[in-house]
Write a protein that binds this ligand. Sequence first.
Ligand SMILES: *Cc1c(COP(=O)(O)O)cnc(C)c1O
Length: 245
Amino acid sequence: MSGYEEQIKRRREEIVARVEAALERSGRSHDAARIMAVSKTVDVPEVLAAISAGYRLFGENRPQELVRKLEGLAGEANLPEVRFDMIGNLQTNKINAVLGRACCIHSISSLHLARAVSSRAERRMASGELAAAQDVLLEVNVSGEASKSGFSPDELRAGLDELRSYRGIHVIGLMTMAPQGDKNIARKTFVGLRELRDELVARCPELELGELSCGMSEDFEEALEEGSTLVRLGRVVFSPSFELK
Ligand SMILES: *Cc1c(COP(=O)(O)O)cnc(C)c1O
């Protein structure tokens, strides 16, 4: 085993222990959340090392990179089944590249994008190229930072009925990014996401919003304590020099 592979394997053990401890602190079961390895800054060999360390779920923030990683892995023999999700900003002209390739698109940030993804997915379903509606998450700008994309909570409340009418997408939860640098503000953001989810489900019980995608390298423990079901970890997974505090 290469030195890098060994390092990220040891790091994974540390991350898993932290994840389990955070879930336990909040009275949740050990399998209540999954770990995504965000591979946007690394290459195929690092992804292979991560697979051998035990990661099975990967995230990319650019369509071209997602396709490149999938193609890079396609030639590998005896790989366990891994899945890639799209977690970054998606432009409408790149939708076709990720439809069906990304298991889930975490970054549906507007009604316009939701409609565009849905209509392309419906077309592919009609032609038999896509077996089922595309799983997606709705990205919410809980913190209200101008630099962040996503639905504002009010936009989401107002757009819910329209979103439910889109047949090409299957909305399975919400996603957010917390402001970096202050864990208390991050925690408030995660609480806000959970409360918004609870409010939307109370209003529309047939909605399934089980997935809460939140928590990154600097704040995943806070996110897990506040209900995250999927933490998206980049630096802490792939950079041995990232300090796990
Ligand atoms: C890069 C990225 C992450 C991971 O960030 P780290 O702080 O390196 O863990 C998570 N989510 C999204 C959307 C990202 O772009």
